[in-house]
Design a protein. Structure first.
Lengths: 114, 114
């Protein structure tokens, strides 16, 4: 059973557009929600993370929106650039309960067209 | 610099051969993980370890084996029993509690059967 559901599977936007990637979870015990960015041939790298006590977090052009009641969170990329073309993974986990506690979405392949 | 080192970057395996992928971390993390990533796919957990000399099967452990003799090292052996081993393999590590940093990934090993 997929603990974290991610959509869309792929996304194509023009430069300057605002791609939005959505994730949903069921386990209300989750309290840590990171996003990872992966370029081809590289390992995923932590991009931004949020905890359920806030509804939004911004780091540069990347924003996470979090809706606790709906059990959903999303990544917005403002003023997207061709260099943002990568695969993005959302994840969710319980911060203090032990190893293997982070569950990944299936990934979204983003292409930003110049 | 702290991080995870995977080697080799590229590996070729003949039919019927066992091969071992190396993963070393100097982050003083207790937990380590192996994931498999197929083209355009998400991350599938092979094995994980929370402590030296102990490890647990993930979702797709068949045909793989691991050892954890040192905290810093978590090598993965792809055995001849793994019928479709061609994939991108990612090693990750974390503190037992995520403590806001989630998982740190290595740069991956691409294994090809020839």
């Amino acid at each position: 059973q997929q603990q974290v559901k991610q959509s869309p599977q792929s996304l194509i936007v023009q430069k300057g557009g605002i791609p939005i990637i959505n994730c949903a979870y069921e386990n209300t015990a989750f309290d840590y929600f990171p996003w990872y960015q992966q370029f081809p041939g590289k390992g995923p790298a932590l991009l931004i993370a949020i905890r359920p006590d806030v509804s939004e977090k911004k780091e540069g052009r990347f924003t996470i929106s979090f809706n606790k009641s709906a059990k959903q969170f999303s990544l917005h990329i403002m003023d997207s650039q061709p260099g943002d073309s990568a695969t993005y993974f959302c994840a969710a986990g319980e911060d203090q309960t032990g190893a293997n506690n982070l569950f990944f979405g299936t990934g979204t392949r983003l292409t930003v067209i110049p | 610099d702290g991080g995870i080192t995977q080697s080799p970057k590229y590996l070729f395996r003949k039919e019927g051969q066992n091969v071992t992928l190396s993963c070393e971390q100097n982050l003083n993390h207790d937990a380590m993980y192996w994931y498999r990533q197929d083209p355009g796919q998400g991350l599938r957990l092979i094995y994980y370890s929370q402590i030296v000399n102990d490890f647990q099967k993930g979702d797709i452990a068949e045909g793989y084996s691991v050892s954890r003799e040192k905290k810093e090292s978590f090598p993965l052996t792809v055995t001849s029993a793994q019928k479709n081993p061609t994939a991108f393999y990612l090693c990750a590590s974390s503190a037992i509690a995520l403590t806001g940093y989630g998982y740190t990934f290595g740069s991956g090993t691409r294994l090809t059967v020839v």
